[in-house]
Design a protein around this ligand. Structure first.
Ligand SMILES: Nc1ncnc2c1ncn2[C@@H]1O[C@H](COP(=O)(O)OP(=O)(O)OP(=O)(O)O)[C@@H](O)[C@H]1O
Ligand SMILES: [Mg+2]
Length: 460
């Protein structure tokens, strides 16, 4: 039996929660304040905490910090009054698993509790599974030799069977689409539809009708009614690509669908309920967009239930040979030259490994495609590899250690980012020391860190 600790100062509310969670077969422990809650945590194993944020004495946030320090894996769901979303956001930043806004329906509260317990059980199962398998994950069509990509696949494995919303981040061409599909294929919805919508590919005024559909006469030109992508994805997965570019009005509507799983078609009055699992992707730093106010915080936290950040290719170069060979086999076959093109020569492979790959896996794929189309036959040679850097055309390999210029394909901004990361590494994460290494003030470093999306919240 699983134990849930309820921390709520209102006796009536507390009783209601006890009753409902008891009905669902949980053992409940209750506390009227955070101090008692912490004592109960010490006294017996607890699987999840449901806590109010506004409490007498120690408040919910302080409780969250303390409890998380003692047990980082403990799922904590916070309850907060509608209209104080900011505190919910703060709680999420402090490590809360999810939040419910008061007044909430008991059904919603139960759903969140079950989801969080499922997630934490899966995490645990996954951990032991991984140990048993020697930490090896595989997926057809996905090259993942490096530990960074293994980590990505491990998360895919873990979240796929749940209904959690996943936010895929990473530069252009790193494989966000590929991973989104993998999540769908490994989920219980695999036999259902996988529907993708790219908000930058659709004019702003059409995005809503694409998402939610419309009824006949909803606007000029709506001569028939049409279902939207949400309806098309029923019992399946909806993949919202480039979520960072969704305009604010549409963000509000998305939030509602995420919260209530229902919506109306444009110009329609009938409320439509759908069973859709949402995946979203962005190649922009959404947190920067939050600060600029162009992306809603509440929507961000709804989407970012499970974040998966796919690393840029330059940070997991161990995968380059596997990827290059996969693409050679694919394109040689596609162009009917499978018999003629036999592989990649060691020198050509060296060239591929040394490149900076600003366009990530997609760029590598394009380079190999071009090489396969132009190669004479046999193994691909350095002269078949045309990298997007004038100095590398024709395959003359450059020796980057004696080269006093930017590495191939790298921009000055990217070079700066690399140096900043390197300084942090050398300073063992100490930002004041990193700033000194770079000859920057603490403030100047803070600014640059925020630009590349590294959090600067510890004030050491
Ligand atoms: N690990 C991998 N193994 C095999 N192929 C990969 C891998 N990563 C990416 N690819 C391939 O690289 C190409 C680009 O990947 P994808 O379209 O998923 O990138 P993306 O992150 O969605 O890019 P964008 O931000 O431009 O939408 C695809 O053809 C994909 O199949
Ligand atoms: Mg994509």
């Amino acid at each position: 039996m699983q134990t849930i600790l309820i921390i709520e100062d209102e006796a009536k509310m507390r009783r209601l929660l006890e009753l409902n969670l008891g009905e669902d077969g949980f053992k409940t422990l209750s506390a009227g304040d955070a101090e008692t809650g912490l004592k109960l945590l010490d006294s017996e194993p607890v699987h999840l905490v449901l806590t109010d944020l506004k409490l007498p004495g120690m408040n919910g946030l302080e409780f969250l910090h303390t409890a998380k320090q003692q047990n980082p894996a403990l799922p904590i769901v916070v309850m907060t009054a509608f209209g104080s979303v900011e505190t919910a956001v703060e709680a999420m930043k402090a490590g809360a698993s999810d939040y419910v806004l008061k007044p909430f329906s008991l059904a919603e509260m139960r759903m969140v509790v079950h989801k969080e317990l499922d997630n934490s059980r899966l995490r645990e199962e996954n951990r032991s599974l991984r140990q048993a398998l020697g930490e090896k994950y595989s997926h057809p069509n996905i090259v993942a030799v490096s530990s960074k990509m293994q980590e990505v696949l491990a998360t895919v494995e873990r979240v796929a069977p749940t209904n959690s919303t996943v936010l895929l981040g990473g530069e252009s061409g790193v494989g966000k689409d590929l991973i989104a599909r993998a999540i769908h294929e490994k989920s219980r919805r695999a036999s259902g539809p996988f529907v993708k919508i790219n908000s930058t590919a659709i004019p702003e005024n059409l995005l809503e009708s694409e998402l939610f559909g419309y009824e006949k006469g909803a606007f000029t030109g709506a001569t028939t009614s049409k279902p939207g992508k949400f309806e098309m994805a029923d019992k399946g997965t909806l993949f919202l690509d480039e979520i960072g570019d969704v305009p604010p009005v549409t963000q509000v509507k998305l939030l509602r669908v995420l919260q209530e799983r229902e919506f109306e078609r444009l110009g329609g009055t009938r409320t439509i309920k759908v069973d859709v699992r949402l995946l979203a992707a962005t190649n922009r730093d959404l947190r920067a967009a939050l600060e600029e106010g162009t992306f809603r915080e509440d929507l961000y936290y709804r989407l970012n239930v499970v974040p998966i950040d796919i690393p840029p290719l330059r940070s997991h170069k161990e995968d380059i040979p596997g990827l290059a060979n996969l693409f050679v086999a694919r394109f040689a076959k596609e162009s009917g030259r499978a018999e003629i093109i036999t592989g990649i020569s060691p020198a050509a492979m060296q060239l591929l490994i040394a490149h900076y790959w600003p366009g990530n896996v997609r760029e590598l794929q394009n380079v190999i495609e071009r090489a396969c189309a132009l190669a004479q036959g046999g193994e691909l040679r350095p002269s078949d590899i045309q990298l997007d850097s004038p100095r590398n055309r024709g395959g003359a390999s450059s020796d980057s250690t004696t080269d006093r210029f930017l590495p191939d394909g790298m921009t000055l901004d990217q070079w700066e980012d690399e140096m900043i990361r390197e300084s942090l590494k050398r300073a063992g994460g100490n930002k004041s020391q990193a700033a000194r290494l770079l000859g920057l003030s603490r403030n100047a470093l803070r600014y640059r860190l925020s630009k590349i999306g590294i959090d600067d919240n510890d004030g050491e």
